[in-house]
Design a protein around this ligand. Structure first.
Ligand code: OAD
Length: 229
């Protein structure tokens, strides 16, 4: 099992949420769009901000870290990638068995009638084509539940995996906070790939810290495991 966060997309040029100078949640205006009430109250600006993120995600390319994870999937039977990312870069890099814990920016959803459909071509108005209601990204906002099937699947895979690799996540948001420890307590060997190990599960006999950028460490891990260049 590989478990990823925003750090994996940082080298593609997308900002993370909490690390680095351009971290998204450091901007108060932006942080207030990411909950249902805030989104509705600032609907025009919030929609523009999410459209900008959709556009940016489409403009950048998957990096060596995304590609290495797709390579692991080609080599490991029964592989699952669980991601908190909504940018779609894993799928563009070739990952197929992907559980998206926080939804995806590929889709919009109507706040009123609940119908979800493909993000409309930009520029677009945030109006539902079915009922005229307000559109929002089909991602999980603060104060909202994670999709139950995705979280159950993540737990089930963490429970039975032999090797668990967490890459580019701060581990501050549930379930990231507990999932590496859960995988470890169920018997997995845990690898943590991050530029900064603060707040991560401490290193131990079965928990290895691989300090560095995902786009550097993950290809080296693939090369070392399968003796490929
Ligand atoms: P964060 O921004 O909280 O954490 C990013 C992590 O990536 C940090 O631990 C960085 O040290 C690390 N990092 C940065 N660049 C890296 C690189 N090149 N290689 C490896 N690691 C790197 O992002 P997430 O952990 O993804 O939720 O945050 C989890 C969730 O919190 C997000 O999905 C989002 C946010 O609120 C929602 O929007 C629902």
């Amino acid at each position: 099992m590989v478990f990823t966060g925003a750090g994996v997309s940082a080298e593609s040029g997308l900002p993370t949420f909490r690390s680095g100078a351009n971290a998204m949640w450091k901007d108060d205006d932006v942080a207030r769009y990411a909950n249902p009430r805030g989104y509705r109250a600032h609907a025009a600006d919030a929609w523009r901000w999410y459209c900008m993120r959709v556009q940016k995600a489409a403009e950048v390319e998957p990096n060596a870290g995304h590609l290495a994870i797709a390579e692991i999937e080609r080599r490991v039977k029964d592989f699952v990638l669980v991601t908190q990312n909504v940018d779609g870069l894993h799928q563009r890099a070739g990952s197929r068995n992907v559980v998206e814990l926080h939804g995806s920016l590929r889709q919009v959803r109507c706040f009123d009638c609940g119908v979800a459909f493909r993000w409309p071509p930009l520029p677009a108005e945030p109006r539902c084509k079915r009922c005229g209601g307000l559109l929002r990204p089909n991602v999980v906002f603060f104060e909202e539940q994670l999709p139950v099937d995705a979280i159950e699947r993540a737990r089930e895979v963490a429970e039975r995996c032999d090797v668990f690799i967490a890459a580019g996540t701060s581990n501050l948001v549930w379930p990231a906070r507990e999932i590496p420890d859960y995988a470890r307590s169920c018997g997995a060997d845990v690898f943590i790939v991050n530029v900064d190990m603060e707040g991560q599960t401490p290193a131990s006999e079965h928990v290895l810290h691989l300090v560095g950028q995902a786009g550097d460490v993950l290809p080296r891990l693939v090369a070392a495991t399968w003796s490929v260049a």
